[in-house]
Design a protein around this ligand. Structure first.
Ligand SMILES: NC(=O)c1ccc[n+]([C@@H]2O[C@H](COP(=O)([O-])OP(=O)(O)OC[C@H]3O[C@@H](n4cnc5c(N)ncnc54)[C@H](OP(=O)(O)O)[C@@H]3O)[C@@H](O)[C@H]2O)c1
Length: 283
C-alpha cells in the first residue's frame, strides 16, 4: 500500500479512437454538494484521472467544480457523462450535451455515453448519430454507450459505421459478462465495469477473495479491482472516502494468476439488480 499523500499512477489503454483511457476510474453516484466536490478532489489528488458522472446523478456541477479546483491540468482529466433516456433523439441529444457543458462549466466532455438503450423508445440510433456529429465538432472527444447488448451494438455499427469506444455495463465477480467482453474485444470496444464491487453487498466476504487477499498481502476489494483490470475492463469504483479511494486505486503493484482470475469469475450467478437492458429502461 502507498503512503498517504503519494500520488498513484493509474496506467492507460488506447481506445479505438486513439484516446489514452485510464484502466481504473472514479464512480460518482451519490457524491453531491460540497462534500461531493471534496470527495472528487480527494480522488484526483490520489491519482484518479477518469471521473464518471451522468445527467441523472445530478452532480455534473460538482464534478466540473472538482476539475477546476483540483489543481490538475484539465487535459490530464477525463470526464464522462451520460445522456439520459428522456433526451434520446437527435436534437434532444445535442441539447443534452450543450446542457452538460453548461452545467459542468467545461469546454468539452471527454466521453459521452448513451446511459440506457431503452429499446421500446427505439431512438438510440438517432441519439448515436447526434453523438457522432458532436464528436466531429470536438464538443465531445470520445463517444460510447452503456448497458448495450451485443445485438444493440451490432445495430449501431451496421446503421452508422461508427463503433462505440466504450460500453459501460454491470460487471463484477457475480456477473463477469464473458460473452459480451469477447464481443467487445472482437470489435475494439473497451469494456467499463459499473458497480465493480457489486455495491459491496456480500461480495467482499467471499472466501476466495479473502484467501487471495491474504496470499497477495492486499484487501479483498483490491483483489476484485485487480480482477477487473486483468479482464481488460476499466472499473469505476465509487467511494466518498479518501482512504478507500486510495485503496481502490492501488491495484497496479501485484498480479493474479490466470487460475486465480478464473476462480474469481467462478463466483458468477447473474445480474444483481434485474437490470436487463432488453427490458429495464431508465428515463
Ligand atoms: N451506467 C450505468 O447504468 C451505471 C449504473 C450504476 C453505477 N454506475 C457508475 O458506476 C459507479 C460505481 O458503481 P456503484 O456506485 O453502484 O457501486 P460500487 O462502486 O460497486 O460500490 C460502491 C459502494 O462500495 C463502498 N466502497 C467503495 N470502496 C470500498 C472499499 N475499499 N471498502 C469497502 N467499501 C467500499 C462505497 O461506500 P463509500 O462511498 O462509503 O466508500 C459504496 O457503498 C457509480 O458510482 C456510477 O458512476 C453506472
Amino acid at each position: 500500500m502507498s503512503e498517504n499523500g503519494h500520488m498513484l499512477t493509474i496506467p492507460t489503454v488506447t481506445l479505438n479512437d486513439g484516446t489514452a483511457f485510464p484502466e481504473l476510474g472514479l464512480g460518482t453516484y451519490n457524491l453531491r454538494g460540497a462534500e461531493g466536490i471534496a470527495s472528487v478532489v480527494a480522488a484526483v489528488e490520489a491519482g484518479y484521472r477518469l471521473l464518471d458522472t451522468a445527467v441523472n446523478y445530478e452532480n455534473e456541477r460538482e464534478v466540473g467544480e472538482a476539475v477546476r479546483t483540483s489543481g490538475v491540468d484539465r487535459g490530464e482529466l477525463l470526464v464522462t457523462t451520460k445522456i439520459p433516456g428522456r433526451h434520446h433523439g437527435y436534437d434532444e441529444a445535442v441539447q443534452s450535451t450543450h446542457a452538460s457543458l453548461a452545467v459542468t462549466g467545461l469546454d468539452y466532455l471527454d466521453l459521452s455515453l448513451i446511459h440506457w438503450p431503452n429499446p421500446s423508445v427505439d431512438k438510440y440510433v438517432d441519439t448515436w448519430r447526434a453523438m457522432i456529429d458532436l464528436r466531429e465538432k470536438q464538443l465531445v472527444r470520445s463517444i460510447g454507450v452503456s448497458n448495450f447488448t451485443e445485438e444493440m451494438l451490432t445495430r449501431l455499427i451496421d446503421e452508422t459505421g461508427v463503433v462505440p469506444a466504450v460500453n459501460q455495463v454491470e460487471l463484477h465477480p457475480y456477473f463477469p459478462q464473458g460473452d459480451l467482453r469477447a464481443f467487445h474485444t472482437a470489435h475494439g470496444i473497451r469494456t467499463e465495469s459499473w458497480s465493480p464491487l457489486a455495491r459491496r453487498s456480500e461480495l467482499l466476504q467471499e472466501q476466495v477473495l479473502q484467501e487471495l487477499a491474504e496470499i497477495n498481502g492486499v484487501t479483498p476489494t483490491q483483489v476484485v479491482l485487480r480482477w477487473h483490470v486483468q479482464l481488460g475492463s476499466t472499473p469505476i469504483p465509487k467511494s466518498a472516502d479518501a482512504d478507500r479511494q486510495r485503496e481502490n486505486a492501488d491495484v497496479f503493484g501485484f498480479a493474479l494468476t490466470d487460475d486465480e482470475v478464473a476462480a474469481i469469475s467462478a463466483l458468477e450467478r447473474g445480474r444483481l439488480w434485474n437490470a436487463d437492458p432488453n427490458t429495464h429502461e431508465e428515463m
